[in-house]
Design a protein around this ligand. Structure first.
Ligand SMILES: *Cc1c(COP(=O)(O)O)cnc(C)c1O
Length: 218
């Protein structure tokens, strides 16, 4: 495990799938990780990270950016509409666009700021009660709605149900993206990123396999 090994595995999976080298972006998910682990990955030259909470990211990335220069940070967790402005100032991409109210907030804010992070529509591919995301059957209409607001929707994102074969969900996401003319596919985590790459992932979100297990404060 560690950054070098995961980079090598991403490259091997690209090659095996006949994908161009570098076509898959490795997002290092640094949520909850101690600063020294994040610094080690920064020191190795990695510049693309992901966080799942706005507040946590706001507490650490301005400082890291000051120390290490330009770094892309993506939001991969849920976004409350009242944090839209803060999120748009902090993140280069948001992977959790999942409802009309949020789309409207982002569109208004983009107007005010004159720019907008790259957006991924989160799809609740397993139609799980407790999980965020647009249902698969509602995704085409939602993408169209977002495009009508001039939002830069780059692709789709999913988090498959823990107890199901992830490749079925990756294939479903790829199919929905293709029929909507979307290139971006944010899918695959520590346990399944190679299968996601085989099915077309453009962004894999890998946390524990790079940084080690997360230890949550009790
Ligand atoms: C935490 C998280 C990841 C990374 O999970 P690992 O299993 O540690 O690789 C990926 N995507 C999202 C949305 C996450 O919240």
């Amino acid at each position: 495990m560690g950054l070098a090994e995961i980079r090598a595995r991403v490259a091997a999976a690209e090659e095996k799938a006949g994908r161009a080298p570098g076509s898959v972006k490795l997002i290092a998910i640094s949520k909850v990780q101690p600063d020294e682990r994040v610094r080690a990955v920064l020191a190795d030259g990695h510049r693309l990270f992901g966080e799942n909470k706005v507040q946590e990211a706001a507490g650490k990335w301005p400082g890291f950016r000051e120390a290490y220069g330009e770094i892309s940070v993506h939001l991969v967790g849920p976004l409350q509409s009242n944090k839209t402005k803060q999120a748009m100032e902090l993140f280069d991409a948001i992977h959790s666009l999942d409802r009309e109210k949020l789309a409207r907030k982002i569109a208004d804010q983009a107007q005010a700021m004159g720019r907008c992070p790259d957006l991924f529509v989160q799809v609740n591919s397993g139609a799980e009660e407790q999980k965020a995301g647009v249902l698969p059957e509602d995704t085409d209409a939602f993408v169209e709605l977002c495009r009508g607001m001039d939002l830069p929707v780059m692709g789709l994102m999913c988090i498959p149900p823990v107890d199901e074969e992830p490749s079925l969900h990756f294939a479903l996401l790829a199919k929905i993206a293709a029929r909507n003319g979307l290139e971006g596919l944010s899918m695959g985590m520590s346990g399944d990123f190679e299968s996601a790459i085989a099915l077309g992932a453009t962004h894999v979100r890998v946390g524990s396999a790079i940084f080690g297990e997360r230890t949550y404060a009790r």
